[in-house]
Write a protein that binds this ligand. Structure first.
Ligand SMILES: Cc1cc2nc3c(=O)[nH]c(=O)nc-3n(C[C@H](O)[C@H](O)[C@H](O)COP(=O)(O)OP(=O)(O)OC[C@H]3O[C@@H](n4cnc5c(N)ncnc54)[C@H](O)[C@@H]3O)c2cc1C
Length: 617
């Protein structure tokens, strides 16, 4: 089923000659602050001198207005029109959406701190960033979210700028819930579905695979709706050759922002008639005299998962691991779980939850965006110091505190029947997250999951290392799927993956090349990169694929003598392309068809798809 907006072309033509009032206001403002160059190339975006992502590993600086916050379809089309005009002067200008700014690769925009001459359009390609926080679409009747009553199964339609916590509240108020949720709740729906973000539901795939349809605005202002049944020939006849074995939904999920601007999303959800329909709990792994850690791990995880979908284990499971603890202490693994109760013993109506104001929080692009952050500097420095040889007491103490705090917070959220638990302030950290396929969810597959965790455990338990982790590892089980660019892509939908997260504290003060400043710190930074690279090599050898929203590519397979490289280096990306093979080739082909002028393909995406020399490291 498709619903191509047939009137869009005419409206688009009409708008080409029309400048809305809001744009005149910003043009006058641009003139007043001296950024309007006059003529057709003038921009009407906000002047946001610094854009940075959550972990502040990407910083984009500009003295030009480049940030747009459209409130409806007309304004969004106007941004694309302006981009088209601007491209006459700067053919390499791209348009990207900025969500809640959590992704750690330069997905939204490149880091331009080290570009001395900011007007160098090769080193610093011009970009328009579109923030959908205040956007309301026709599809939702100008509201932020709507319950979709058209189908047999429960669904909601929402604007892509809706935040996950906003969605959770809306669903609860309508006796519904998500099929799987991330820990955070601070991400935009556009952002988590453009990458392979996932939750804790053992029998579900990545979050994007719970989306029924996406409506996407292309560079020319036309919209296409892609749902689970859409055929390529229906929406892009010129790309019909792609369609024999591939359907557009496989590319619309985890689109990496490369197809266009997602305006609205229709999500499959499930009933939650009572607050007790979803019950959460926590549990430490118990030691029963096992002789090996693998046995201990397999026994505990098997018990917690049970036979997936059969009701004898937990439906949703997220586990934290402190490798500094002996298994006999029963303090090494903390499991968080949530269970769906069809007919709960006690049945209380869902209480009316308080709304959040995502548009207000965006504060004209100044934020704050996303997850709460501990004041930059102090806490970050402690985390940084604890990671090196002399920080042993600090890191083992911090690790235990982390585990206890997580248990407390999740316990409190469970008392309120809230699944999005990650509401604590933490210092900005980097994550490396990998999906590793398991042959099954029995002793063999779980044994492999343990081996993947043990890659890290075995390293940090050695004495005299240059780097040690200070935050617990985290793992969840995710079902395989058919989304081309997902780390969980699998020919067999019965495949399970374990997703592992490794975190590192980064030094607060950095120079314009994103390196730490003091020599001593620089050596430590290299030690950290070497550690991540060593772990990554072993996870790749286990057929692992990286999560698109986090850090990866810490080594270059073409330089085996080098212990590490800068993240996202070309050698790694090339190897990744070869490993992904056909799904990635087809994704690129689809991007080429839907966005032939590559307006949505920024520097990073081009590098990822193998079009230009790497300049992102
Ligand atoms: C503290 C923290 C906790 C995290 N926890 C989890 C977790 O529990 N599980 C998990 O899987 N991941 C997790 N992540 C990763 C996170 O899910 C991804 O980084 C996700 O992309 C964040 O969404 P965002 O709104 O911040 O997107 P952004 O980082 O702003 O954008 C991500 C990508 O989406 C694109 N995009 C956004 N909106 C649109 C749109 N409307 N149309 C087209 N493209 C769009 C952007 O252009 C960009 O390419 C975590 C990250 C952090 C920093």
């Amino acid at each position: 089923m498709i619903s191509e907006q047939s009137q869009a072309n005419n409206r688009w033509e009409m708008q080409k000659n029309k400048v809305p009032a809001w744009q005149w206001v910003t043009r006058i403002f641009s003139k007043w602050i001296g950024t309007d160059k006059g003529g057709t190339s003038s921009k009407s975006g906000l002047l946001l001198q610094t854009w940075q992502n959550w972990s502040k590993n990407i910083v984009y600086e500009s003295n030009e207005p480049y940030y747009f916050m459209p409130e409806d379809k007309t304004q969004l089309r106007e941004v694309l029109l302006q981009a088209e005009r601007e491209r006459q002067n700067h053919p390499n200008l791209t348009v990207r959406v900025s969500g809640q700014r959590h992704s750690q690769p330069p997905l939204v925009v490149h880091d331009n701190r080290n570009v001395v001459d900011k007007s160098d359009v090769v080193e610093n390609p011009p970009v328009f960033l579109v923030d959908m926080s205040c956007y309301a679409d026709d599809a939702t009747g100008g509201e932020r979210l709507l319950v979709d009553t058209s189908g047999n199964s429960p669904r909601v339609i929402m604007n892509s700028g809706v935040r996950e916590d906003e969605l959770e509240i809306f669903l609860k108020n309508n006796d519904l819930m998500m099929k799987t949720v991330t820990a955070g709740g601070s991400f935009s729906l556009g952002g988590i579905t453009a990458v392979d973000a996932h939750g804790a539901t053992v029998t579900e795939g990545i979050f994007a695979e719970t989306v029924y349809s996406f409506t996407i605005m292309k560079a020319n202002g036309e919209e296409v709706t892609i749902d689970e049944n859409t055929q390529i020939a229906e929406i892009l006849p010129e790309c019909a050759s792609l369609g024999d074995n591939w359907s557009p939904i496989q590319f619309a999920r985890v689109s990496l922002g490369g197809l266009g601007i997602v305006t609205s999303i229709k999500l499959n959800v499930q009933p939650r008639p009572y607050q007790e329909t979803l019950l959460g709990g926590t549990e430490w792994f118990t030691y029963s005299g096992e002789s090996t850690e693998q046995e201990y791990f397999v026994n505990n995880t098997s018990r917690l998962i049970g036979e997936p979908g059969e009701g004898d284990g937990h439906d949703r499971l997220e586990v934290f691991f402190n490798p500094y603890q002996e298994m006999s202490s029963s303090k090494g693994f903390l499991a968080l779980f949530w269970d769906v109760q069809e007919d709960p013993g006690s049945q209380t109506d869902n209480p009316e939850a308080e709304d959040v104001n995502v548009c207000g929080d965006a504060n004209n692009g100044e934020g704050p965006y996303g997850s709460p952050i501990l004041p930059y500097g102090f806490a970050q420095s402690i985390g940084w110091e604890a990671q090196f040889r002399e920080g042993e007491i600090l890191r083992t103490g911090m690790m235990s505190i982390f585990m206890t705090v997580i248990e407390l917070i999740v316990g409190r959220r469970n008392e309120d029947y809230l699944e999005l638990w990650y509401t604590i302030q933490v210092p900005p950290v980097i994550f490396m997250s990998y999906f590793i396929p398991l042959s099954d969810i029995g002793p063999t597959g779980l044994g492999k999951a343990w081996e993947a965790l043990n890659v890290v455990a075995e390293k940090v338990r050695r004495e005299g290392q240059d780097f040690y982790i200070t935050g617990p590892m985290e793992f969840r089980f995710v079902k395989g799927g058919d989304t081309a660019m997902s780390g969980t892509y699998s020919g067999n939908s019965d495949t399970y993956f374990v997703n592992l997260d490794l975190l590192g504290f980064i030094k607060a003060d950095r120079d314009n090349k994103n390196n730490v400043i003091e020599l001593n710190d620089q050596q430590r930074y290299e030690a950290m990169l070497d550690f991540f690279a060593a772990v990554e090599k072993e996870w790749v050898a286990m057929d692992g694929f990286p999560h698109h929203g986090k850090m990866y590519g810490f080594y270059n397979p073409n330089e085996p003598e080098e212990p590490s490289n800068r993240p996202f280096n070309e050698g790694f990306l090339q190897d990744l392309r070869e490993r992904r093979g056909e799904p990635q080739e087809k994704f690129k082909e689809f991007c080429d068809c839907i966005d032939p002028n590559k307006i949505f393909r920024n520097k990073y995406l081009k590098t990822l798809l193998g079009e230009v020399e790497n300049t992102v490291g």
